[in-house]
Write a protein that binds this ligand. Structure first.
Ligand code: GRF
Length: 191
């Protein structure tokens, strides 16, 4: 894989929703020294707000229907190949990539998860964290493997849970940290 000295790594971001992590990566990538450049955004949801963000920054974006997973993944692979994408960042992408897709893409795939993995894999993280009366939570950037939320951890940020914390306040607090952590993790793997 190429290092940023000379050329930035062509990257695609996968989203399903709001796209605030996408925006934070785009903002970082505008810095000369940031190792990657966002060349494509893919969504499985045509109403994803993050697509408007891609449009605003003039980044090509695609929506592919996920009704048929194999079809979705084949469409993605064709587009990724065409655009010579060498890194994928999952940012609020709410679908699981198949073993075949990961193997066929052949380059690094990153994901961000709103918990201190390996704790609280999967959905409804904040709700479960609060129910378990955890003292800390946080977020994790990790490599994507065929098993959900289990790939090697690249970077984590821990935060203290307040006494009167609720799901919403925890989500806001952690999302704010996610925006810093994703770029930090990307820098760390290409330094
Ligand atoms: C983030 O909390 C991410 O960790 C989770 O989904 C949320 C997406 O937020 N998987 P956004 O779409 O990047 O704003």
């Amino acid at each position: 894989m190429e290092n940023f000295s000379g050329r930035k790594i062509s990257t695609c971001v996968f989203i399903s929703g709001y796209g605030s992590n996408l925006k934070s990566i785009i903002d970082s990538s505008r810095d000369y020294s940031f190792p990657i450049t966002i060349k494509l955004v893919i969504s499985n949801n045509k109403n994803a707000k993050g697509l408007a963000c891609a449009r605003k920054y003039n980044i090509p974006f695609k929506f592919y229907n996920y009704k048929n997973k194999i079809h979705f993944e084949n469409k993605c692979l064709t587009e990724l190949k065409k655009r010579r994408i060498k890194l994928l960042c999952m940012a609020g992408f709410m679908r699981i990539l198949s073993k075949n897709f990961i193997k066929n893409f052949g380059y690094k795939i990153l994901n961000i998860h709103p918990s201190l993995l390996p704790k609280f894999k999967g959905l409804n993280t904040h709700k479960r964290v609060l129910k378990q009366k955890e003292k800390y939570s946080g977020c994790t950037v990790h490599y994507v493997t065929p098993d959900v939320d289990t790939g090697e951890i690249i970077s984590q940020k821990k935060i203290l849970i307040d006494k009167n914390e609720n799901e919403k306040s925890l989500q806001i607090k952690i999302l704010k940290q996610e925006h810093k952590l994703y770029s930090k993790a990307i820098r760390s793997i290409f330094k």
